[in-house]
Write a protein that binds this ligand. Structure first.
Ligand SMILES: [Zn+2]
Length: 141
């Protein structure tokens, strides 16, 4: 049996009881970016600190990825490809995050809808480990 491993170190605080995305916040101008960067893209200060982002936001824009993206960076299974939603979620008062969505149904996605952070298995690597990435899911109701 393999383990579950994050797709990339430093992207999120998973595994955890309450996993969060890890961004960085500029201590000079308060700009927040995700993924975390050591320098601020707004004011070029290097005085930034890691910041755990909120887990809810609004869907800002989205599309359905209907064919396998070019590899790299896509590392999923080309042969068993299934369309998936991708988009930007604007985490409340923080930052827009480019993210995979848990649904790939045009009827189920609407700009502005409330979304919540979740974690999904992406593929199984050569060592038999299940690779986990973050995604956003529509909030029920
Ligand atoms: Zn800054």
């Amino acid at each position: 049996m393999g383990d579950q491993v994050p797709i990339e170190e430093g992207l999120f605080t998973w595994p955890s009881d309450d996993p969060k995305l890890i961004g960085s916040e500029c201590q000079e101008c308060s700009a927040i970016v995700f993924p975390a960067q050591s320098g601020c893209p707004r004011c070029t200060s290097d005085n930034t600190q890691m910041k755990e982002l909120g887990t809810r936001g609004n869907l800002w824009t989205w599309t359905i990825q209907g064919f396998p993206p070019k590899s790299p960076p896509y590392e999923g299974e080309i042969d068993n490809f299934e369309p998936f939603g991708v988009g930007y979620v604007e985490i409340h008062d923080e930052v827009k995050v480019e993210t995979r969505l848990t649904v790939a149904d045009k009827e189920a996605l609407e700009i502005g809808m409330e979304m919540e952070l979740t974690f999904v298995p992406l593929f199984t690597d050569d060592d038999g480990n299940e690779v986990i990435t973050f995604a956003f899911a529509p909030v029920a109701g």
